[in-house]
Structure formats: C-alpha cells, structure tokens
Write a protein that binds this ligand. Sequence first.
Ligand SMILES: [Fe+2]
Ligand SMILES: [Fe+2]
Length: 207
Amino acid sequence: MLCLKVPTDAAWADEALTNVDALLVDHAHCEMKAAANALSLAARDQGDIETAVVLADLAREEIDHFQRVLAELSARAAALGPPPVDAYAADLRRAPHDLPHDPKIGPKVDRFLVAALIEARSCERFKLLARACAARDVYAALGSFWEELFAAEAGHYRSFVELAVRAAGGDREAVAARLDRLADREAAIVEGLGRRAHGRRRTTIHG
Ligand SMILES: [Fe+2]
Ligand SMILES: [Fe+2]
C-alpha cells in the first residue's frame, strides 16, 4: 500500500480490537501529535508560504480527527490518559541519520518523508481496523470512521511527498530514491516491533 514495503501482520487488527478503549487513547494521541507536527513543520519554514498553507490545512484535518476520537472516548466514559510509548515513530525519526548523505536531500526533506511514511502506515492500519470491524460485525460506527480516515491519511501521505519534492527544489527522482531507502528502514522497524510483541497484545496504532 502506498510506499510501504511490508504489510502489517494478520494478527494485529484482531489484537488491537481486544481493547478498543486503549486503542482509541493511542489513536487520539496519534492525531494530536500529527496536528502538532504539521504546525511545528510550518513554524520552521517561515520563508515558504505555500508550504505553510498546506501544513495548516493538514493540521486542521488532524485536529478534526483528534476531536472526533475525543468524542468517542467521551461517549465511552474513557479518559484520554497519557500517550503510550510510540517506539515506531521514535525509531523512524532516527532513520534518516543512518542513511548516506545526499546533497540533494536536506533535513527538511527527510522530515517530510518521515511524516509521509507515518501517514502511510496509519492509513494501512485504519483500513485493517475497518475491515476487521466489518468482518466481525462489531463497532460499525468506528469501522466507518476508520474507513474515512484511511482515505484522509492517504491524502496526507501524498501531501507530505509533494512537500518533500518542493523542499528538494523539484527533484522528484532524488526524493523517490530517498523515500525508497526510508521505506526499507520503516519495514525493518515494523517487522522488529512485530517480533518483539510476541505473546503481548498490541493495542496501539503503530504497535
Ligand atoms: Fe489523522
Ligand atoms: Fe494524517
């Protein structure tokens, strides 16, 4: 799906749905962090108004997602609670440092591509959750919500890739090559997390 090199393993969605409250707490934090990250990227890029406009729109959508997950938590009388550890995002943010230097790829391009990969993986997992809800005939409203988010996060993935191309001065080929390398690292991180979760139920979006 999108640029991802490995699919999420088949057990993940069923494991995640064993504790919907925990999953929604993590989901809420993911949306909040996505909004904050978009605004933080806009703040770094004071010279490029077009990029700031795209990021502000994206942040607005993430805030909308955050509010809708909060409404779901509220309806379930569940608390937001602290953010679960997101080893996936932390490892992925470090991944560009391990890649060879490319003069065409600055830190800004890497930050956009890391954000694109996080969107792509979230997108894949929302689709898996929507499918699992439909297959088990449970949580119909949540399933529809996740189906809708699947499309929204796919759009965010494309926006971040385009922002990376813009930040690389239009060098689409260099950006595609960098994304390919980062996608290799992302795949290794996902497989590593899957192996380490052996025997433990994963109830986070990136777990
Ligand atoms: Fe979102
Ligand atoms: Fe997103």
